[in-house]
Design a protein around this ligand. Structure first.
Ligand code: MLT
Ligand code: MN
Ligand code: ZN
Length: 304
């Protein structure tokens, strides 16, 4: 399985257009202490076969350009065979509208809760129905599905529900609570490689830990360093846990809980611009590395 990180930042990207926090100012001022990052998105493919886009960020146009073969001379062709959605948040779905130019209906995978949110709160599916069309593939929040390659199964995919609140665009509307957010396990039947992608981990229970232990690589929620990161910087009122993201630091944080996970490559993704680990010479970045984690960057290619 090949995984290409198309966007390693959380919503807003890095720097965020309206943000003057220390990290955003540092990256804006240039220098080599921080790399700019696009919004959360991943491309995945089996040993053979097509790329699939996992989450369609507002930066999708530039992100897909990086997947295109410059020698592909077909007049119209999609660099991706499908889009898989882990939730209905704006940072993972706003890019769908950019894909309206597709010459074929878009194949999109998501749970019923995600489909409902994309029809009721942020009705992008209805709009796309009138442009390129949508072929919706319903995912069970705890199930399996297959992505086909050329005449073979390219990837076996397992879904698992993670706790999550409805997106803000669902405020005042009735959401389907089950399956609002999921994680994905990709298994390549050819190489045997197993990769787990979980951009929102609000709770790290024994079942999730088992999934992580059984993976060759995990791409896991690195959104916030502290639970009160936004309130303490005066740039938000919700805590990390309120937003469904376990913070990295603290005795019960992600680093402490996963530092002893052995034989598994651990990569942090979906990193918010307020998070000091984005600054390469910060003490927090050093703590991340000392706990055996890598910090994802845009263009990072993982092959297992
Ligand atoms: C999240 O990852 O928690 C969401 O994208 C946050 C939001 O945009 O409200
Ligand atoms: Mn997000
Ligand atoms: Zn910022």
């Amino acid at each position: 399985v090949q995984l290409k990180v198309l966007g390693s930042a959380a919503g807003g990207g890095f720097p965020q257009w309206n943000c003057g926090c220390v990290s955003c100012r540092t990256v804006r001022q240039g220098g080599n202490r921080a790399l700019p990052r696009r919004q959360s998105s991943l491309a995945v493919r089996g040993s053979s076969g097509y790329w699939h886009l996992v989450n369609a960020s507002p930066d999708v146009r530039e992100q897909l350009e990086s997947l295109r073969d410059p020698h592909d001379d077909r007049l119209r062709s999609n660099p991706i065979a499908s889009v898989i959605l882990t939730d209905a948040e704006i940072d993972h779905t706003a890019g769908l509208i950019i894909l309206r130019e597709s010459a074929q209906p878009l194949d999109i995978y998501g749970t019923p809760a995600v489909e409902h949110a994309l029809r009721a709160g942020f009705p992008v599916l209805e709009v796309l129905d009138r442009y390129c069309g949508v072929r919706w593939h319903t995912l069970d929040p705890d199930g399996t599905f297959e992505l086909q390659g050329e005449g073979t199964v390219a990837l076996e995919v397992e879904t698992f529900a993670v706790p999550g609140d409805p997106p803000l665009h669902m405020r005042g509307r009735k959401a389907i609570e089950e399956g609002l957010a999921i994680g994905l396990v990709f298994r390549d039947p050819e190489s045997g490689g197993v990769a787990t992608y979980a951009p929102a981990v609000g709770e790290l229970d024994a079942r999730l830990l088992e999934r992580f232990e059984a993976s060759d690589v995990i791409l896991v929620d690195g959104t916030f360093w502290r639970d009160d990161e936004l309130p303490s910087q005066g740039i938000g009122i919700r805590t990390a846990l309120d937003m469904g993201h376990l913070p990295l630091s603290g005795a019960e944080g992600m680093l402490a809980r996963l530092r002893h996970l052995e034989g598994v490559r651990k990569v942090l993704i979906h990193i918010n611009n307020s998070n000091p680990i984005l600054l390469e010479n910060s003490p927090e970045r050093e703590m991340v590395e000392e706990a055996g984690f890598e910090v994802a960057h845009d263009g990072m290619l993982i092959e297992i």
